[in-house]
Design a protein around this ligand. Structure first.
Ligand code: TMP
Length: 218
């Protein structure tokens, strides 16, 4: 596959269940549009034509095997990249994506305990691009669990409880420490407004640095 310079900016939002990711994605999307940016808002798993089936497969509790679950998340990402993410980046747009490869690392390696070398190898094989910026919304598993309870029904991964979420949170923190050039940690326990302002500051830094990135398949 030949690669050419990609013109858009790829931003991901990450964090444990109940961290406020979707609310912040909505706010950031509006803020970016108000400032004149052309934004594709999307999400994983499931943010593409065909992804709905894969999303319900992994979230409805029918898949108990962690490796099968991993392969579905990767298949979903592959379809999502081909049909949504790459075309938007190629068109010079901002892609704002809720969850991406860091979720796989945090949940399937950190949470489910899959072999890191195996997961890394599979992700390399898939050739997934790195985001330009990842906002990691950090919150304690206890505070996130309270939010989830207030929200009502949880999906099968969310019902893994505090123990699972603590492992996932630990894996995210390790990822953020290992990739400070890409991952920005934003404390997510405060008010929606405060968290949103923090994210906007980071966005200004990235969007006005004149930095453009990597590659798009051609
Ligand atoms: P959400 O999109 O509503 O946050 O829920 C998606 C769930 O799927 C969430 O619990 C995290 C999980 N997930 C993984 O375990 N691995 C992945 O690669 C992705 C994208 C999501």
């Amino acid at each position: 596959m030949t690669m050419t310079a990609r013109r858009g900016t790829f931003i991901t939002l990450e964090g444990i269940d109940g961290c406020g990711k979707s609310v912040q994605a909505g706010r950031l999307f509006c803020w970016l549009r108000e400032h004149g940016w052309d934004v594709e808002r999307t999400f994983e798993p499931g943010g593409w034509q065909g992804g709905k089936t894969l999303r319900s497969l992994v979230l409805n509790g029918e898949i108990a095997d962690a490796e099968t679950e991993l392969l579905i998340f990767l298949a979903d990402r592959s379809g999502h990249l081909a049909s949504v993410i790459w075309p938007a980046l190629e068109a010079g747009r901002i892609v704002l994506c809720e969850r991406y490869s860091d979720s796989t690392w945090a949940y399937q390696v950190g949470g489910r305990g899959l072999d890191p070398a195996k997961v890394r190898g599979l992700m390399e094989l898939c050739g997934f691009p790195q985001p330009d910026l990842t906002i990691f919304l950090e919150i304690s598993p206890e505070a996130a669990a309270e939010r989830l309870v207030r929200r009502g029904k949880a999906d099968c991964i969310e019902t893994g409880g505090i123990a699972l979420m603590s492992r996932v949170a630990g894996a995210y923190a390790e990822l953020a420490a290992a990739h400070p050039e890409r991952i920005v940690t934003v404390p997510a326990g405060g008010t929606e407004e405060k968290v949103a302002l923090c994210i906007q500051r980071e966005m200004e830094r990235v969007l006005f640095s004149g930095r453009t990135c990597c590659e798009v398949p051609s």
